[in-house]
Design a protein around this ligand. Structure first.
Ligand code: GYE
Length: 321
């Protein structure tokens, strides 16, 4: 480069600026995202956490990750700490639907935008968050119901169903129940004879299924589990009771994680409705858009399908979670 007066002045100006500013301020400031996760209750959740962590790394976003161990109070604490740390954006997957208004108002007052991922909140004031990205859980329940109605269409007598619900008060538990009931109520032969929470875990799914079997044993025709982990726990209980899962009891669950595919391939689970946990890349691009001042849709719905056991072996190699 030839040194003329102009380049020389620019060079001197840049050098003196560099001397004035600390090195960190010169490097481009990373976006900081505070994320409060529900916990590690299921295979789905593990895949979701992994997706968020790897997408943040890829996007060059600094992630402050906090695990709430399925407790709302821990999530509220985490969000308050993100506000105190003045993160750029807060995202979280609310363990239950209600009770968020106060803390969301605190975030709003601090001018920190909030993104909901996976699960929603039930607030009338939708200015408390920028966007909600995740599945349509009511539709997932409907898919489960439609599959059952079709499968049992020639069945004459009663169809006795036991239901393993997800975490009490959580959006997926409420909505998956609702969607399923909406479909099966069209035919009075379908009866939910027992319904209890298994908190989305294998251990609880097994424990509650044991109780169902003790109470109703051979009367049970169908198990509807709100997630694969509870279904997998229940399969163990069914086998220990000397019954054949997917044969003596038809089993329907939701998520379509690898564990469910293995169970389907082994002939122990009839069907799993897909629910994708791979929300990381979508979340990171939303965070960048927010920082760039771009508007975001209020609702971003994940597209999903359903996998009956007959296609499990063929689909398995393509599964990412
Ligand atoms: O189905 C279940 C998990 O919120 C969609 O939470 C998620 C649910 C998922 O523990 O396995």
């Amino acid at each position: 480069m030839k040194l003329n007066r102009r380049t020389l002045t620019t060079a001197i100006a840049a050098a003196s600026l560099a001397a004035l500013l600390p090195a960190t301020a010169l490097a481009q400031k990373k976006i900081v995202l505070g994320f409060s996760q529900v916990g590690a209750e299921s295979e789905w959740r593990t895949a979701n956490t992994e997706s968020i962590k790897s997408a943040a790394k890829e996007a060059g976003i600094e992630l402050k990750f906090s695990d709430a161990q399925q407790k709302q109070e821990n999530q509220i604490k985490a969000i308050r700490s993100f506000i105190a740390q003045k993160v750029d954006v807060i995202a979280f997957s609310p363990v239950v639907e209600s009770g968020w208004e106060t803390v969301l108002r605190e975030a709003k007052a601090a001018k920190i935008p909030v993104v909901l991922t996976d699960r929603s909140v039930n607030t009338k004031d939708d200015s408390l968050y920028v966007s909600f990205m995740g599945s349509d859980f009511v539709e997932e329940g409907r898919k489960a119901g439609r599959w059952l109605v079709e499968k049992m269409k020639d069945q004459k007598g009663e169809v006795n169903i036991v239901e393993l619900q997800g975490t009490v008060g959580s959006a997926p538990a409420i909505d998956r129940k609702k969607g399923f009931e909406e479909i099966i109520k069209a035919d009075p032969k379908f009866k939910i004879i027992r319904s209890q929470t298994g908190d989305f875990t294998r251990a609880k799914g097994k424990e509650v299924m044991e109780a169902f079997l003790k109470a109703d044993g051979k009367k049970i025709n169908v198990l509807y589990a709100h997630n694969d982990d509870m279904a997998i726990g229940a399969i163990q209980a069914i086998e220990e009771a000397g019954l054949k899962p997917a044969k003596d009891i038809t089993i329907i669950s939701i998520d379509a994680v690898k564990g469910a595919f293995e169970a389907m391939i082994a002939g122990k689970l009839n069907v799993s409705v897909e629910c994708s946990p791979l929300l990381g890349p979508q979340l990171m691009s939303a965070v960048k858009d927010i920082k760039a001042g771009k508007p975001l849709p209020k609702r971003i719905v994940t597209e999903e399908t359903i996998f009956p056991m007959e296609v499990a072996a063929k689909e398995f190699p393509k599964r990412k979670y």
